[in-house]
Design a protein around this ligand. Sequence first.
Ligand code: KG4
Ligand code: ZN
Length: 385
Amino acid sequence: MPDVFILGIESSCDETAAAVVRSGAEVISNVVASQMAVHQPYGGVVPELASREHLRAIVPVVRRALAEAKHSYQSLDAIAVTQGPGLAGALLVGISYAKALAFALDKPLIAVNHLEGHIHAVLLEERQKGNHEMQFPVLALVVSGGHTHLYVAEQENEGWTYENIGRTRDDAAGEAFDKVAKLLGLGYPGGPLIDRLAPRGNFRAVQFPAAQIKHRDRRDGADSRQSDNHDRPRFDFSYSGIKTAVLRYVETHNLQASIEGRRRALAKISKPTFDDYLAYCDKQTLDLVASFQHAVVEDLVSKTLAAARTYDVATLLVTGGVAANNQLRERFDKQASREGLPVYFPSRPLSTDNAAMIAAAAYPKFLAKDLAPMDFSAEAGMALR
Ligand code: KG4
Ligand code: ZN
């Protein structure tokens, strides 16, 4: 099989990314331009600003990815781009650019689901390490700022099929990290910061009752229509209750004044370091952060492992931005090995949004000649099947 070089382009949220990947098995270049500084003052991603930033960044980012890969446009075999899910305006920038490039170069164009990209980030790195053996069925937890999804994945010929067996009923896990950080007067995005602050607090200090992170399992009406297969058990998540519980704790323990003080003090520092954040966190806040992270991590681990047992899977993949979390990795490693279940994560740079994962997910589609028509559009709420 000759080498296949695919250029991946990703613009679904607040990262403009381009990468060249060889045959879904080797990252040749991987460029990510983060818009974090643009959205930081708003404490979350502003869709209109995201689209404008993508437009600004897309040409230089792709040029850099090619230069770092020492590839010319002509030496590429295909162009792959994220079709969805994500912010419609943001997706359209990547898609328009990828279409123009494919048209001008007369190269095949491949549309990729962002969630499938996160799953293939793990496979790409395992192949890179020489591990070509993945036992099926695979259970994949995709846990990020926009998603908390559980899929049972199978391989059929070159292609992959996915059955969704769990999703969040409200907030995604990463969204809860970001919202809790925001309400505590900490920076954006909250996940990486909470990850580093949590070991400084006592995770036993605040007990969040299980009911606050349990979804209301309504098996009627709209909810049951969401399941791929009604006869199979589901493992849904819910993280809006715990965010409200943190807010209630803040109110009942009169933490508002100290949060306001921290917010004001940090706003005066142009680029706060971890030590700045730490210096403005009292013990009560650190304990609250540690307890919050512990509750979310335990819920993700216990539900995912329950799903793994029920569906009798052979391999577990944990991917997406929140998969960068240290405590999450430790707990998954420990609990899965106790059950004899191999668990794989992407490296931290490939856990969060990137384009190498898009180019990797496109490779089996390239082999199967599953190409995108020139009239395809962005799908903000795209499902993975
Ligand atoms: O996959 P990603 O880059 O974008 C989406 O597709 O959403 O994930 C970003 C999310 C954010 O919510 C961020 O706070 C969270 O992942 N995140 C983390 C960590 N690093 C990123 N959450 C917890 N611990 C981390 N170390
Ligand atoms: Zn993502």
